[in-house]
Design a protein around this ligand. Structure first.
Ligand code: UDP
Ligand code: MG
Length: 321
C-alpha cells in the first residue's frame, strides 16, 4: 500500500456514532473496486471517542487505513487539506463520515476519474436535509455563481474526486481558510459533474450550526471573489457623488432663498443612511483585512498530535500515547 492508486479522504469530527457503520460499508465498497487504495481518516480534534475508534479501525485494516489526529478543531476543509498533503494516490476522493453520501457511490466517481477527468463534482439527488439548509444552499449557490468564476451546481456535496495534478496544486496553496471544492475547481482542466444519491445522516448530528454555515460561506465568497469589495466601492462612489450634489444644492439654496430649517430631518435621514452604508463597507473591508491578518501571522493551520501517516515522526507503529 506504499503506492496506492486511490486515496479516500474522510474528515471526522465527533462521529463516534457513525464510524462503526461507516467502516462496515466503506471497506467492502472499496475492496470491490479492484484497485489498490488507502483510506485517510483525519480526526478534526474530536472530543468524543472518535479517535479511539479510528485507532481500532486502523488496527483492523492496517493494510489500507491511515489515521491523522489533529490537536484542535480546524474545520472540515482544513482537515481535508491536512490529508491532501499526505495522500499518495493518483486519484483522491473526499467523503463525509456521516454516510449521507453512500460509500458505494465512490465507484461512480472513480469511473469518471478513470475516464480522464481531474475534477469530479457531484449533485445530490433528493437531498435529505432540513428545509432551511436547502433554501440557504440554493441562495448561496446562486450568489456564488454570479460573483465568482466557479461553476459548481451543488457546492455543499463533499463526495468528490480529484486528479493528482489538482491535489498537488491545492497543496501548493498556503491559505488559512478555504473551501476545498472551489479551490480545486480552479486548478482542474477536465471537469465533470455526476448525480449521486443522498441519505439522511446515519447517526449523530450535523456539525454545522447556522453560525458555522454563515462563516463557511463568507470564506467562500471572500476567498474566491473580490466582487463584495468592489461593489461596496462602487456604492460608496455613487453615494458620495449624490451627497456632493445635495450639498451644492443646499448651499445654493442658502445663498439665494435663505437657510432652510424644515429640511433638517431629511438631512438627519440622509446622514444616518450614509452612516449605515459606511458601516456596511467597513464590515466587508474587515473581511479582507481579517484574511490578510491571518495570512501574515503565518500560524500553522493545524497541528498533528499523532499520525500513522508520517513515517519517522513517531517511529513506525509506535503505540498511541
Ligand atoms: N467535520 C469536520 N470538522 C468540522 C465539522 C465537520 O471534520 O469542524 C466533518 C464531519 O465529521 C463530517 C463532515 O465534515 O464527516 C461533514 O459534516 P456534517 O455532516 O456535520 O455537515 P452537513 O452534512 O450537516 O453539512
Ligand atoms: Mg453530513
Amino acid at each position: 500500500m506504499s503506492d496506492p492508486r486511490l486515496s479516500v479522504v474522510i474528515p471526522v469530527f465527533n462521529e463516534q456514532l457513525v464510524l462503526p457503520m461507516l467502516a462496515a460499508r466503506l471497506f467492502p465498497a472499496l475492496d470491490a473496486l479492484g484497485r489498490t487504495y488507502e483510506v485517510l481518516f483525519v480526526d478534526d480534534g474530536s472530543s468524543d471517542g472518535s479517535a479511539e475508534l479510528l485507532r481500532r479501525i486502523q488496527r483492523d485494516r492496517p493494510d489500507v487505513v491511515r489515521v491523522l489526529l489533529l490537536r484542535f478543531n480546524v474545520g472540515q476543509h482544513l482537515a481535508i487539506l491536512a490529508a491532501f498533503e499526505r495522500a499518495r494516490g493518483q486519484q483522491v476522493v473526499t467523503l463525509d463520515a456521516d454516510l449521507q453520501n453512500p460509500p458505494e457511490e465512490i465507484a461512480r466517481v472513480v469511473a469518471e476519474l478513470d475516464a480522464g477527468h481531474d475534477y469530479v463534482g457531484t449533485v445530490r439527488q433528493l437531498r435529505q436535509d432540513v428545509w432551511w439548509r436547502r433554501a440557504a444552499s440554493a441562495l448561496i449557490n446562486g450568489i456564488r455563481d454570479r460573483i465568482t468564476p466557479i461553476r459548481i451546481t451543488d457546492q455543499g456535496c463533499m463526495l468528490r474526486g480529484y486528479g493528482r495534478n489538482v491535489v498537488d496544486a491545492v497543496n501548493a496553496c498556503d491559505e488559512s481558510s478555504t473551501f476545498v471544492p472551489a479551490l480545486a475547481y480552479g486548478f482542474a482542466t477536465r471537469r465533470t459533474e455526476i448525480p449521486v444519491a443522498h441519505e439522511e445522516r446515519a447517526a449523530g448530528t450535523t456539525k454545522y450550526s447556522l453560525y458555522r454555515l454563515v462563516r463557511l460561506n463568507f470564506d467562500l465568497m471572500t476567498g474566491f471573489s473580490l466582487v463584495p469589495l468592489q461593489m461596496v466601492s462602487l456604492i460608496g462612489l455613487l453615494v458620495s457623488v449624490a451627497s456632493l450634489v445635495l450639498v451644492v444644492v443646499l448651499a445654493l439654496r442658502r445663498l439665494f432663498i435663505g437657510p432652510e430649517v424644515q429640511g433638517l430631518f431629511t438631512l438627519f435621514g440622509i446622514i444616518t443612511f450614509l452612516m449605515g452604508v459606511m458601516l456596511f463597507a467597513l464590515g466587508i473591508v474587515g473581511e479582507y483585512i481579517g484574511r490578510i491578518y491571518q495570512q501574515v501571522r503565518r500560524r500553522p493551520r493545524y497541528m498533528v498530535v499523532e499520525s500513522t501517516v508520517d513515517a519517522g515522526s513517531q517511529g513506525a507503529g509506535a503505540p498511541p500515547p
